[in-house]
Write a protein that binds this ligand. Structure first.
Ligand code: 13P
Length: 255
């Protein structure tokens, strides 16, 4: 039986403006209590500070996360945001390698790896996203794609640093589509991800400790069944994290 603490993350993506973001953070802070589930919410950059202060004022244990970062500390990088800026506004975690950045913006594995290393060096928690497209799944390449993205993304990361790494398995075809991997399919992919941590990249201790979140149309109606799988340790939630009731129902399902 796993001793891993469940971890539910809300990836708000490019949604919600100031008042809505602050109101959702306040509602979550009021209603999410206890520390049996780790919870993070990831607003868009302009609202990180506002969300942080709402959570802080309410003494909430919900963590604030960013959806991306730049790997270098400062300089002439128009439009980018550095780690120290994120830390300055209270971020404790950062999503790296989301499929929308890999596939829409074209982020390569080398850049993702640089971001992972920089964030871990700065003491931030990293949520590294991996996952296959529908074509890759239909070609039987799900595990190969996940292993490749992990191998590149985690290159140079030490076993010790892995205590600050969470893997989010997000099959691209399930994101925002309403199509969810079946609990069996998701469990199979998660088990293969954990096996690669155990036999490929690290060791038993790392494989047994790392949380692997499922992401892709997770909602109150399917969360309990997914979260009941032995290798699914939480969720990274998009659409359903934008409504307090839905996000809280998913957190409750993780308990
Ligand atoms: P949805 O829950 O909207 O499918 O998004 C999942 C996701 O991409 C979380 O990072």
């Amino acid at each position: 039986m796993s001793q891993r603490k469940p971890y539910i993350g809300g990836n708000w993506k490019m949604n919600l403006h100031h008042a809505e973001a602050a109101a959702l953070a306040a509602a979550l802070a009021d209603r999410v209590r206890g520390d049996d589930v780790e919870v993070a919410i990831c607003p868009a950059f302009p609202y990180l500070a506002a969300v942080s202060s709402v959570l802080c004022e309410k003494g909430s244990s919900i963590k604030v996360g960013a959806q991306d970062l730049h790997a270098l500390p400062n300089g002439a990088f128009t439009g980018e945001v550095s780690l120290s800026m994120l830390q300055d506004v209270g971020c404790k975690t950062v999503i790296v390698g989301h499929s929308e950045r890999r596939h829409i913006i074209g982020e390569p594995d080398t850049l993702i790896n640089a971001k992972v290393l920089a964030a871990l060096d700065a003491g931030m928690q990293v949520i590294l996203c991996i996952g296959e497209t529908i074509e890759q799944r239909e070609a039987g390449k799900t595990d190969a794609i996940n292993w490749g993205q992990m191998g590149y993304g985690l290159a140079g990361v030490t076993a010790e640093q892995m205590s600050n790494v969470v893997i989010a398995y997000e099959p691209v075809w399930a994101i925002g589509t309403g199509k969810t991997a079946t609990p069996d399919d998701a469990q199979q992919a998660h088990a293969a991800v954990r096996a690669f941590l155990r036999f490929g990249l690290f060791n038993d201790a790392v494989a047994d400790a790392v949380r692997i979140q499922y992401g892709g149309s997770m909602k109150p109606a399917n969360a309990a069944e997914l979260l009941a799988q032995p290798d699914i340790d939480g969720g990274l939630i998009g659409g359903a994290s934008l409504k307090a009731d839905d996000f809280i129902a998913i957190i409750d399902a993780a308990r």
